[in-house]
Design a binder for this molecule. Structure first.
Ligand SMILES: Nc1ncnc2c1ncn2[C@@H]1O[C@H](COP(=O)(O)OP(=O)(O)OP(=O)(O)O)[C@@H](O)[C@H]1O
Length: 217
């Protein structure tokens, strides 16, 4: 298997506050990894560095040439009056005049994320699970082969969590999607992720999810 991501001696400080120091790890293409660790350990900071939104203090990371990263944030409190339909929300980053190809892609992704029959309802009136799937669909429109989910299940009920995780598992199995899943939900991570990265005290440990020790958290 080839590497999708290699992180080398990655260090981050905010002013005098050291978040992590010399992280080294790699992720294989098609791997499913939970990024775990206590509050404030630097998980989101690491993700923001990998997304190119923050510059590390030292070190670097390498994404393989054919890797395209998509990012799925936790859905925020969308106002009940928010006017865009699920379809329009997914299409937000596409040109105003859409080619048939884009329209076909949107329809395909709506189908894949179980939103086809819901495409015309407003985001404001969609359930949490539907909103979160719309965020996933928006990220998929860019055709990534590596997705980072930052606490994407945190505000979902158990059924919506399972639906989202089944979708992630499907993307991994059918499309060889590499997955990095930031979460505090150990039970969910154990059920769906194969590997873990545990960030704590400025360092990272990596291993098989089945071997993850609860005492870490
Ligand atoms: N832009 C910033 N400027 C200064 N400090 C920051 C900035 N972003 C994050 N921090 C600090 O860095 C530390 C790590 O934050 P981060 O959000 O990465 O942790 P986390 O592991 O994602 O936490 P949580 O599990 O609570 O989401 C925290 O102490 C936070 O206050």
């Amino acid at each position: 298997m080839s590497k999708a991501l290699q992180v080398v001696d990655l260090s981050m400080k905010f002013g005098d506050q050291e978040i992590f120091n010399k992280l080294n790890f790699s992720l294989e293409q098609g791997s499913m990894t939970a990024l775990l660790g206590p509050n404030g350990a630097g998980k989101t900071t690491l993700v923001r560095i990998l997304m190119g939104m923050l510059t590390p203090t030292k070190g670097y990371y390498d994404l393989a040439d054919d890797v395209k990263v998509g990012y799925v944030p936790q859905f925020r409190n969308i106002d009940p009056d928010y006017p865009l339909s699920i379809r329009s929300f997914i299409e937000l980053n596409t040109p105003f005049f859409k080619s048939q190809k884009v329209k076909d892609q949107v329809n395909h992704i709506l189908q894949e994320t179980y939103l086809k029959g819901l495409a015309d309802i407003r985001m404001g009136e969609a359930s949490g699970g539907q909103k979160q799937r719309a965020y996933l669909a928006q990220a998929l429109l860019d055709q990534p082969n590596f997705i980072i989910l930052d606490e994407a299940t945190a505000s979902l009920d158990p059924k919506a969590k399972e639906e989202l995780m089944n979708l992630i598992a499907h993307l991994n199995e059918e499309h060889k999607m590499t997955v990095l899943f930031v979460t505090h939900d150990l039970a969910l991570a154990k059920r769906y992720m194969k590997d873990y990265l545990y960030l704590s005290g400025g360092t990272v440990q990596q291993g098989k999810m089945a071997d993850f020790k609860e005492r870490f958290n």
